[in-house]
Design a protein around this ligand. Structure first.
Ligand code: HEC
Length: 133
């Protein structure tokens, strides 16, 4: 009986250690079962910008990510009006800048990076037509 209790206690200890080490890897590929589709700009894209970009890109001039209208009217110094090319995430300067090794300048946001899920959300929204939805 005493051995059994020790066995149960050790199992519990090992399980809790395993849980502590179970930190989520946000830089790896998306899990296979995570399919992102029908992305809403207002519900899913704008919150990413509000959280990670608007502190620097929230006022007039250049890249303004504070609303759909501001984004679509934005003209970048380098990417011009090709920040969002509706239907083509690969051709969109905005996507180039949030992925590793952009063609021009450093990766956005300055001092960090979005998660793969956030990047995929923005990519899918553009590929689905960059609608004001
Ligand atoms: C701490 C301030 C800061 C934050 C936060 C930030 N940016 Fe930037 N961003 C800059 C600066 C400075 C530049 C100009 C230098 C460069 O292009 O690397 C820039 C340039 C850009 C450009 C290039 C525009 C062009 O055509 O020249 C894009 C697109 C962009 N940012 C998107 C984003 C997005 C999307 C986010 C959020 C995920 C973000 N930025 C967060 C400061 C910031």
């Amino acid at each position: 009986m005493k051995n059994y209790i020790q066995f149960v206690l050790i199992c519990g200890l090992l399980c809790s250690l395993a849980c502590i080490n179970n930190t989520e890897d946000v830089t790896g590929p998306l899990p296979d079962d995570e399919v992102i589709e029908n992305v809403s700009y207002s519900a899913s894209v704008q919150p990413i910008f509000n959280n990670a970009c608007v502190s620097c890109h929230g006022s007039s001039g250049g890249v303004n990510l504070s609303s759909y209208a501001q984004l679509m009217n934005s003209v970048g110094n380098n990417y011009g009006s090709n920040l969002v090319v509706a239907g083509n995430a690969d051709a969109s300067g905005l996507v180039d800048k949030i992925e590793p090794d952009p063609q021009i300048g450093g990766r956005m946001p300055v001092g960090g990076s979005l998660t793969n899920t956030q990047i995929e959300t923005i990519r899918v929204w553009i590929d689905e037509g960059a609608q004001n939805n």
